[in-house]
Write a protein that binds this ligand. Sequence first.
Ligand code: 13P
Length: 256
Amino acid sequence: MTINQPLVAGNWKMHKNIRETREFLHSLIKLLRPPLPCEVAIFPPFTSLPAAAEILTDSGIALGAQNVHWEPTGAFTGEISPLFLVELGCRYCIIGHSERRLLFGETDEICNRKIKAAQSAGLRPILCCGETLEERNAHQTIEILRRQLEKGLKGITSADLDIAYEPVWAIGTGHTATPDQAAEIHNWIHLWLRSRFDDAADHIRVLYGGSVKPENAMALIRQTGVDGLLVGGASLDVNTFSIIVNSFKEGQSVFS
Ligand code: 13P
């Protein structure tokens, strides 16, 4: 496992059909010559996962899903089992993205069940957390994060997971958290994780997400406690995404 490396993850959301997925990944493999400067993972839509898995075999680039169901099988029309994702070669699964929380009613309790199911199946969940603009302005950021982490990770004993801090006001808006804002929250999350998982917390990365671009990636990853990036819009263009990945060549990682 490569959990001692920072992670750059591309969350494609509902973008890219199978042909576009193939084109992107063939180009990405050419652009990112080994050794990779950090761990890289791509999160395509479910329909593109088989094609992506085939292309990424032996590439060193990991594959993940954007969502998962909390049961391994059953009468859950339209849902995807964590076992099916493992069968496809997925290593990761995003859980509790703010779009799922806000648009699809995903609660902390649902996130918790999904994390347990993902870990049981052998996936490494990435739990997303973050406050809205109203919550930030009302000085509730820490309170919201504490609730999302406490409830989301309730009963979880394995540290085989990562966290993504994605302030909702920064997602798709062009307003990135400043490096100082990110550092403050990431350090708080790391302290919380340490109090919860003891030494095992050293193996949990805290990624930053929200309007990450080549222009701001370096300043963000230079902050203590920022162990990687969860990139949305800027992960859809292969050149832009590779530039972000390659920022790790110069912007040294503080994760060890
Ligand atoms: P953007 O990078 O488009 O702001 O999206 C961030 C995100 O939601 C990644 O999960």
